[in-house]
Design a protein. Structure first.
Lengths: 495, 126
């Protein structure tokens, strides 16, 4: 029974997506409650799976009982279990928010369709995390591409169409170069299953080194475009700025991270350290990540639109994650995994609190935030916590991820990387702190009513409060998740 | 002569890479949105050609078991992978074409340069 859980999770999401159209004649609240129950069910089963896997090792599921040489195989290891729990949990919080935010550019009759797309996307996200097959990952990638593009363009506004066209073009170049990489690997190994591919690459990579390095290049660039790693980031700010707020939060804190998981699988499960060290992949990734960390922040300073600024900030934060991966050590990988979770929480909190401000005040520009904290104390409070987390102030989870990244850099004997981490943090100060200062300190105090919270729908407030508490909890007690992440990172067999 | 022989032997792979580059150039440099979608299709086709070429065995026959002995079969798995790939590329094409229709309705143009200018003007008005 426990072996079936991964596929049951996915089927639950697919079934939800199929049942929502049938509920379209009922009250819309029924759809919302139904979706929430499904998310809660999958979250429970993901929890259960995580504990099971932590004790008993990975779950392997073979489709149709075929041998994994010819069939498709799911393999849920500790990392996949943690990330799937993170994806489902964070989506639940964003889902709660989206129940309250009904007016943000999406038409009344489109609500149901939005949730259909959301659940199909979740289906594919879980699939890409669980799968142990390179070609299968490509198929799920394309499902994610189409659904995320539709989630962006569901807002019937001019700029969303242009943004999602650019997104679909670049994503498609990314998926096709990923497919080319898979084809090149199939050419030398004859498998698409990750375990078998890895075994044969370990034996033949010196014979077919040209093939392997071209495949590695295509795969890394393909994933890089999809995960918005620095030189391939140009689609991200437009797409995130023009989407509805809850979609921006989903895209920035979940979808992009799932591609990073694919990158981790490719590097450490398929190619493994011998091949990577021979081709100096670590150095290339460190340079790319460091440039991204600095340039993302510099671009963000220049932006006037808050959501676009948050998009550029995501690019610099993805640089942190890639840098953690590029250390090629257990410490670096666990810091990357921790930053995936902590950045997910922080960026979701930022996008959702900005979403509340857009909902309530209809403002988008950075300089219109003056005195806002007096009117909206909770929203701006969560915004401040998350922004301080981005900067890396102690007591927030952002501090812990920067600390572990710094320790990993020292362990990797590349102490100069700490300078880049600190510099990027200081650049974050330049664009987050003015917003906080102007909203809390610059205003005439006569409109100030203590203990008066803003009047917005309760689901929106609840979800941002949950996110704020989450950021502080993981900042004060990082070992709640850090231990299991270290455990997951050590499973990759470092030499 | 040896170079020509290598070229002729690997004509499938060379053709696939050439098509991939042609498609990539079309997507990146062309200004017309429809042409960019065509470029994507060319890129997709190049990869399908590449996969078929991998599966081919010289002198092989389609893998339908007939009971005869001493027959070499071609590898059917790449062809099956391509079937999935074709479906995926078709759906992406349909989606991006429908987006192009919407863009034409909204902006009245499908030229990337004019589109960028229009978007910039909209930003200034905000």
């Amino acid at each position: 029974m426990i072996n079936q859980l991964p596929i049951i999770n996915m089927l639950l999401f697919l079934a939800t997506a199929l049942i929502i159209p049938l509920l379209s004649r009922r009250k819309f609240n029924i759809t919302l409650i139904f979706g929430f129950i499904m998310l809660a069910l999958v979250m429970t089963s993901s929890f259960f799976m995580l504990f099971h896997i932590a004790d008993n090792g990975a779950i392997i599921y073979q489709f149709g009982g075929h041998d994994s040489r010819i069939g498709i195989e799911f393999k849920v290891d500790l990392m996949a279990a943690i990330i799937s729990l993170f994806v489902v949990g964070l989506t639940t919080v964003i889902y709660i928010y989206s129940c309250g935010d009904e007016t943000e550019g999406v038409e009344q009759k489109e609500y149901g369709r939005y949730y259909i797309l959301l659940f199909i996307m979740l289906f594919a996200l879980l699939g890409i995390i669980y799968t142990n097959d390179l070609f299968n990952a490509y198929v799920f990638m394309e499902i994610i591409s189409i659904t995320t593009c539709s989630i962006i363009s569901i807002k019937r506004k001019k700029e969303t169409y242009a943004a999602s066209f650019r997104y679909v073009m670049l994503n498609e170049i990314g998926s096709l170069s990923y497919l080319f990489g898979v084809a090149l690997i199939y050419m030398v190994t004859g498998y698409t299953n990750i375990d078998f591919v890895s075994q044969s690459i370990q034996t033949i990579w010196q014979l077919y080194s040209i093939n392997i390095i071209i495949a590695l290049g295509f795969l890394i660039i393909g994933i890089g475009i999809k995960a918005a790693v620095f030189p391939f980031h140009i689609w991200l700010p437009d797409a995130h700025a023009s989407a509805p707020s809850s979609s921006s939060a989903l895209l920035s804190s979940i979808v992009v991270k799932v591609y990073i998981i694919v990158l981790i699988k490719l590097l450490f499960k398929v190619f493994k350290l011998d091949v990577l060290n021979h081709f100096h992949v670590s150095d290339i990734l460190v340079v790319v990540a460091a440039t991204g960390m600095i340039m993302g922040s510099i671009f963000a300073i220049a932006q006037k639109d808050v959501k676009r600024m948050l998009g550029y900030s995501s690019i610099s934060q993805i640089g942190y994650i890639v840098m953690g991966i590029a250390m090629f050590s257990s410490l670096g990988l666990s810091s990357a995994l921790f930053h995936i979770v902590s950045h997910g929480l922080m960026k979701a909190a930022l996008f959702l609190s900005v979403g509340i401000i857009i909902y309530k005040k209809k403002i988008k520009k950075k300089d219109q935030f003056e005195g806002l904290a007096y009117e909206m104390p909770i929203t701006m409070g969560v915004f401040t916590i998350a922004a301080l987390g981005m900067i890396g102030i102690p007591l927030t989870s952002g501090f812990i991820s920067k600390l572990t990244l710094g320790v990993a850099a020292l362990d990797h004997r590349q102490g100069f990387l700490i300078i880049i981490v600190v510099l990027s943090g200081l650049l974050n100060v330049i664009y987050y702190l003015p917003i906080i200062i102007s909203s809390f300190l610059k205003s005439e105090p006569k409109i100030y009513h203590p203990f008066k919270i803003e009047k917005v729908p309760w689901p929106m407030l609840t979800s941002v409060i949950i996110l704020g508490i989450g950021i502080l909890t993981f900042g004060i007690f990082p070992n709640l998740i850090m231990n299991i992440m270290t455990q997951a990172a050590e499973l990759f067999g470092w030499v | 002569m040896k170079i020509i022989q290598v070229f002729v032997d690997n004509i499938n792979f060379i053709g696939a890479v050439a098509l991939f580059l042609i498609g990539l150039r079309t997507v990146v440099t062309k200004k017309n949105l429809i042409k960019r979608i065509m470029g994507l299709n060319i890129m997709g086709t190049s990869i399908f050609l590449f996969l078929v070429a991998i599966g081919n065995v010289t002198g092989g026959v389609p893998p339908i078991l007939s009971g005869e002995e001493g027959v070499t079969y071609i590898n059917p798995i790449p062809s099956v992978l391509i079937l999935t790939g074709i479906v995926v590329v078709v759906s992406i094409t349909v989606y991006s074409l429908s987006l192009t229709v919407k863009i034409y309705e909204m902006y009245g143009t499908i030229n990337q340069d004019e589109l960028t200018n229009l978007i910039r003007e909209d930003d200034l008005h905000d």
